[in-house]
Design a protein around this ligand. Sequence first.
Ligand code: UT7
Length: 327
Amino acid sequence: MMAVSHIVGSGSYLPERVVTNDELARMVDTSDSWIIERTGIRRRHIAAEGELTSDLAYRAALKALEDAEIEAADIDLIVLATATPDNTFPATAARVQAMLGMNKGAAFDLQAVCSGFVYALAVADNFIRMGQARTALVIGAETFSRILDWTDRSTCVLFGDGAGAVVLKAGETRSLNAAGRERGILSTHLHSDGKLYDLLHTDGGPSRSQTVGLVRMQGREVFRHAVVNLAAVVHEALTANGLTADDIDWLVPHQANKRIIDGTAKKLGLSPKQVVTTIAEHANTSAASLPLALDTAVRDGRIQPGHLILLEAMGGGMTWGASLVRW
Ligand code: UT7
C-alpha cells in the first residue's frame, strides 16, 4: 500500500527588525496609504547584516521539529525552497542539514520563487509516497531584501524576509473514501509557463553576469496571470479529490497582494474569516510566505485536526500550484 504524508509539525521564524511603510516612504517616493491600499502590506521583517537564509531556515526548522516532537536524526530528507540561497552553491539545505546535526539521507534546494513551498511540499510528498523517505523537513526560507533594488518603489515595498517549515511523516493510508476524509496531504498540483519568464525575474545570475541581480517585475501583468492561474489550479485540486469549495475550512494563500487573496477567496465563495492573511505583518516573503501563514494559523488554534486546508501560490517562472491537506 502506498504511504501518505502527514504534516506532524510546523514552525516559523521572522528576523527581529521590522520596517514600516513610513520608513520606506523616507527612502523612495511612496506612502503608507498607497502601500496599504494597493497591497495590504503594513510592515515587513528584514534580516540583520550577516543573518543568512540558512539562519532563518534553521530556526524555523528547529521549531517545526520541536512541534513534531522528533529529533534531527530521524529526518531523512530536507527540501528547502529558496530564491535567495546563502551561496550560488552548495545548496542552503546542506548548510541547514549540518546545523541541525542531521546525519543521513539527502538535502537539496528547490527553486520556484514564490511557489517554492508548494513545489517543495509536492517533491517531499512524492518521496514519501514512493517510500524513498519516511520523515521529511520541508522549508521555505528567504532573505529577499538582499535582491531588492531599494531605489525601485514598484518592488522594494512588496517583499520581506522570513522562514517557515513543516515536518512530513509517512503514515499508512486507509482506503480513500469519496468525501476525501483521508488525513494528510491529499494531492499536490504544479504548473509552470516558461514563456512568462521575463514578467518576474532578477536582472543577473551566475551564468548570465557573474552577479546575483536584482528583482524586476511587471506587476500588473503578474497580477493578471495570478488571478487566472490560481483560480484554475484551485479548481483542479478540488476536482481531483471530489471536493467542492464548500468543503474548505481554511484557505492559506501565498501572501503577495491582499487584492489577489480577496479575489481568490471571493471566487471560491469563502468568507474572509476562512482566509489566513498575514501579508499586513510579513509582506511577500516568497517561498516562506505559505509556511509562515500556515504556522501562524496552527499556533493560534484556527487550524484544527480534521480541517481541510487549501494551499496555493504563484511566482516567477511563472510557476503556480496548489495542495489540499486534511489536517
Ligand atoms: O509573489 C509573486 C507574485 N507577485 C505578485 O503577485 C505581485 C502582483 N502584482 C501586484 O501586486 C501589483 O501589480 C502591484 C502591487 C505590484 C502594483 O499595484 P498596481 O495596482 O498594479 O499598480 P501599477 O503597477 O498599475 O501602478 C499604478 C501607479 C503607477 O503610477 P502611474 O503610472 O499610474 O502614474 C506606479 O508608478 O502606482 C505607481 N506606483 C507607486 N506609487 C506609490 C508603483 N509603486 C508605487 C509605490 N508607491 N510603491
